[in-house]
Design a protein around this ligand. Structure first.
Ligand SMILES: Cc1cc2nc3c(=O)[nH]c(=O)nc-3n(C[C@H](O)[C@H](O)[C@H](O)COP(=O)(O)O)c2cc1C
Length: 312
């Protein structure tokens, strides 16, 4: 045993679960993990063409119609190693702006980031913690579904701040259930329908998306309160804002990239409102690592390979 490793360090994996989420710093777009949809002997890369559309029921969207029972696979891009799979069931299609998307419910899932017996043991420990805190867990999610959601985060998800600016309503809040649906040219946002800005977003149909540097982690978490309450004044933010070029929406001046989204469609899908839009302006501002979320078991696997993501 090395001098800096104590018995407590060695015992920790046996008594304490891995964190469900790991907050990491990754240069966008992430290329560490490749996602593929597999059906009828075909396999198509959907790394930039699948997003989470709702949490309850857990729903995945893609431009691809991959039949009634496709499999979504996540592989490490450097080694090709399988990290996890989600078995999907086609649920519906969405027609928007002269194109269409397919929605899938998640039937089952399994990750391969930990070996046996640590994998079932860690799942058991994590689920026990979730059941204990279920009353305070805002969506009251089943532990098995939360495990499937962690698998969907094997592709690290970038964090953005979404700004909304309308007469009588302004707001800015963090999101990571977002992303391009490449083949359709659409970009989606899955926002819990209780979010205070949902009605305004449906009405004004314009938002700014600021890509957030990893160093702004603490500020981003503070702004989570604005999922429930609007912002009183742009001047109260702890960073400077700059107006987007096209519509003058206040966005994050120190962002890596600011995009403007014109919303073309929105619909309620269980717990979340699924917004679809087109990027109508794109201002790349700086190079650097963006705040991302991935599953704790994914970061643990990378650490064992000596290839952990930087943490913030
Ligand atoms: C970094 C970050 C990203 C988030 N992304 C989303 C999102 O994409 N969609 C969403 O509806 N809520 C998102 N949230 C909000 C949280 O899920 C949660 O609703 C919010 O923090 C309020 O928590 P509470 O309901 O437990 O009080 C995000 C929060 C944070 C901090």
């Amino acid at each position: 045993m090395g001098k800096d490793r104590t018995w407590k360090d060695l015992a920790r994996p046996f008594v304490r679960p891995l964190p469900q989420w790991s907050v990491v710093a990754v240069a966008p777009p992430q290329q560490a993990v490749i996602a593929s949809l597999r059906w009828d002997g075909q396999s198509v890369d959907v790394t930039a063409d699948h997003t989470v559309a709702s949490l309850k029921p857990l729903t995945i969207a893609s431009s691809l119609d991959a039949g009634p029972h496709p499999v979504l696979e996540y592989r490490d891009s450097a080694t090709g190693r399988l990290l996890g799979v989600l078995q999907l069931t086609r649920a519906a299609s969405v027609a928007a702006d002269n194109t269409s998307l397919t929605l899938y419910h998640v039937a089952t899932g399994e990750h391969r980031c930990l070996g046996w017996p640590r994998r079932p043991w860690n799942t058991w420990l994590q689920n026990r913690v979730m059941r204990k805190h279920r009353a305070s867990n805002h969506l009251n999610m089943e532990p098995a579904v939360a495990q499937q959601l962690m698998i969907a985060y094997l592709c690290p998800r970038p964090v953005i701040l979404v700004s909304v600016d309308a007469p009588g309503h302004r707001n800015i809040f963090p999101m990571d259930l977002i992303g391009p649906l490449q083949r359709s040219g659409l970009f989606s946002l899955a926002l819990r329908s209780t979010n205070v800005s949902v009605p305004t977003m449906r009405e004004v149909r314009r938002v700014a998306l600021s890509g957030i540097p990893a160093a702004m982690k603490d500020v981003v978490y503070q702004l989570s309160a604005h999922h429930k309450q609007p912002l009183a004044d742009w001047a109260e933010l702890p960073f400077p804002v700059r107006a987007t070029r096209a519509s003058g929406i206040p966005a994050v001046a120190p962002a890596l990239r600011i995009r403007e989204l014109a919303i073309v469609h929105s619909q309620e899908l269980g717990s979340h409102t699924f917004f679809l839009g087109r990027i109508v302006a794109d201002e790349p501002l700086a190079e650097g690592a963006q705040l991302h979320h991935t599953a704790g078991f994914h970061q643990a696997w990378r650490r064992r390979q000596g290839a952990a993501f930087a943490e913030t």
